[in-house]
Design a protein around this ligand. Structure first.
Ligand code: PLP
Length: 393
């Protein structure tokens, strides 16, 4: 098989052809600056408004509560830094979790250097935040709770409505990084008491470099990017019109067939999980068995390195991802896998496979067959595995 089998949809997704078609006219034809007064620009302006309406509707938000940004990382930075800036007089305590994306974690660490105190909540072995621990962490000076809707590595979905309720009852603002969730599972900002939400185009078959922040009306946070008066003076910079149009189209497509897609992906994901757990020894599934993103499977295989497995899979045209990222010579296991209680040596053998609605059963079968072969191959080379086998007999 020389075909590409793309199973890294949590890293980024294909931009759908319908999305590209919707974007095209805004490069060459309607290239006017939407802030201009002449009528030539009105087409671009209308398109930006149209996208904002689609995205607001999909979240159950008001149109004027949606702000376009340069992506998920920017929105996460904005939410934390601007809340700290605007509400710092009220208190200097922020609550988040140990399993957030680095866009949240590194921003929180930055704020710690600026005099804020951050509580990083533990999660249980499935990666779920414990609500009693959240409640116990809230103090009179807590200004913000930031908990991701769904985890990008292990796929676990958090009890967002319950967290929103706790935040509201305690008069604390609630932000959620919904980059992996928006467009993939239903979200409603009112029902879930969400005050701020980050999302990104390229995780949902839209273009890269475009995102949104939802900010509930009445929340007084300022601009993060200073300059012109775009986005109701809250996010300066000439609108990325093709990006905004593409993101709107992607969300329209995602919400129109969400039910069918969830069903298809969930069935295929469960088929993958069942085959792997049944046919490959010394494996564990990471993340919650059912409260997980429809397209996410994450495993740890003992006695192997995730990185080595990825290289072998790549030779077979399979794109996956491993939690362990090789940084500056030191191999650090994923902070998420450590937070769910895995020892380093197990966390190193992780593999994340994230499907799409275009992934086929044949691709999954081929992938599992290759996994079996290559894991066996790697284990044969592992001294740890050799010792283990010797001890077993
Ligand atoms: C990808 C991702 C981000 C960053 O989004 P970008 O648009 O790539 O900046 C933030 N949070 C989560 C959970 C993500 O998966």
């Amino acid at each position: 098989m020389s075909k590409l089998i793309y199973l890294d949809n949590a890293a980024t997704t294909q931009v759908y052809p319908e999305v590209v078609d919707a974007m095209k006219p805004f490069f060459t034809e309607y290239y006017g600056n939407p802030s201009a007064v002449y009528s030539f620009a009105s087409e671009a302006n209308k398109a930006v408004t149209g996208s904002r309406e689609i995205i607001a509707k999909a979240l159950g938000a008001k149109t004027e509560e949606i702000y376009f940004t340069g992506g998920g990382s920017e929105s996460d930075n904005w939410a934390l830094k601007a809340t700290a800036d605007a509400y710092g007089d009220k208190g200097k305590h922020i609550i988040t979790t140990k399993i957030e994306h680095h866009a949240i974690l590194h921003t929180a660490e930055y704020l710690e250097k600026k005099g804020f105190e951050v509580t990083y909540l533990d999660v249980d072995e499935d990666g779920v935040v414990r609500l009693d621990e959240l409640k116990a962490a809230i103090r009179p000076d807590t200004i913000l709770i930031s908990v991701m809707t769904a985890n990008n590595e292990i796929g676990t979905i958090q009890p967002i409505a319950e967290i929103g309720k706790i935040a509201k009852e305690n008069g604390v603002l609630f932000h959620t990084d919904a980059v992996q969730a928006f467009g993939h599972i239903p979200i409603n900002v009112d029902e879930m008491n969400i005050d701020m939400l980050s999302a990104s185009g390229h995780k949902v078959n839209g273009p890269k470099g475009i995102g949104i922040m939802y900010i509930r009306k009445g929340i007084k946070i300022n601009s993060f990017i200073h300059g012109g008066s775009q986005e109701r003076s809250r996010r300066a910079g000439t609108h990325n019109v093709p990006g905004i149009v593409g993101y709107g189209k992607a969300i329209e497509l995602a919400t129109t067939n969400m039910e069918d897609r969830i069903k298809y992906e969930t069935e295929l994901r469960d088929y993958l999980i069942e085959r792997v757990l049944k046919e490959i020894p010394h494996v564990r599934l990471n993340g919650h068995r059912t409260d997980r993103l429809p397209n996410n499977a994450n495993f740890c295989f003992r006695f192997i390195e995730g990185e080595s497995l990825l290289i072998l899979l790549d030779q077979k045209g399979i794109c996956g991802s491993s939690g362990s990222a090789c940084t500056s010579g030191a191999l650090d296991p994923s902070h998420v896998l450590l937070a769910i209680g895995l020892p380093h040596e197990i966390a190193h053998g992780s593999l994340r496979l994230t499907l799409s609605e275009k992934t086929t059963k044949e691709e999954i079968d081929y992938t599992v067959d290759e996994l079996k072969k290559n894991i066996e191959r790697l284990r044969k080379m592992s001294p740890l595995y050799e010792d283990f086998i010797k001890q077993a007999v």
